[in-house]
Design a protein around this ligand. Structure first.
Ligand code: GDP
Length: 195
């Protein structure tokens, strides 16, 4: 995919109304620190347009990035940050649920999980929640450069069993350091958002 223009068009807080976009949307979900900003930056061909979190879990907003005036990347707030209060977690849940239910343009949710670790209870809940809302998540296994090539198959197996998914669900390993996996994700986004 050739990135011509990138524009952070809408930032939604808890009480904001969601935009009624007329272009396809691709959403990104994952626990804080999983590498979501890094992935989004890589998919925008930008170094630090999406904020890379110095303080994980701080900003609970849904950010809509207009890409090429053709589609949106939707950055959902990261979950699972321990220091956030229960009230904050509830707010977070309502925001995401509202978005998943109301968006008319959402084509796919990418769920990010760290390739090094077994998925958490929160990851699994998020996966099930996306499915429950009628979407087929695509899993992005982040930080690929942090494992040895020889560990890849074992980690992918752990990831699938942790999320409770079979081989029919797409899992794409990705590294923001080497950009491995980026073309595959771009191709998929183009397929999902064309026509
Ligand atoms: P977010 O909280 O999910 O948006 O995560 P960030 O993109 O801010 O990344 C969290 C931390 O992980 C930062 O220190 C990043 O530099 C690092 N990181 C993210 N992706 C990768 C990756 O693919 N490889 C490596 N080695 N580090 C990464």
């Amino acid at each position: 995919m050739i990135i011509k223009t990138v524009n952070l068009e809408t930032v939604c807080g808890v009480t904001s109304r969601l935009p009624e976009n007329d272009k396809p949307e691709i959403a990104f979900a994952g626990k804080s620190n999983v590498g979501k900003s890094s992935l989004i930056n890589a998919l925008m061909n930008r170094k630090s347009y999406a904020r890379i979190s110095a303080q994980p879990g701080k900003t609970q907003t849904i950010n809509f990035y207009n890409i090429n005036e053709a589609l949106y990347y939707v950055d959902l707030p990261g979950y699972g940050y321990a220091k956030v209060s229960l009230a904050e977690k509830e707010k977070w849940g309502r925001m995401i649920e509202n978005y998943l239910k109301k968006s008319r343009q959402l084509k796919c949710v990418f769920l990010l999980v760290d390739i090094r670790h077994e998925p958490s209870v929160n990851d699994r809940q998020m996966y099930d929640w996306i499915v429950h809302n009628g979407y087929e998540p695509v899993v992005i296994a982040t930080k690929l450069d942090k494992i040895k090539r020889s560990q890849l198959q074992k980690q992918l197996k752990l990831l699938r069993s942790g999320l409770g998914i079979g081989n029919q669900v797409m899992v794409i390993p990705f590294s923001a350091e080497t950009k491995q996996g980026r073309d595959e994700i771009w191709n998929l986004i183009e397929q999902l958002t064309s026509g």
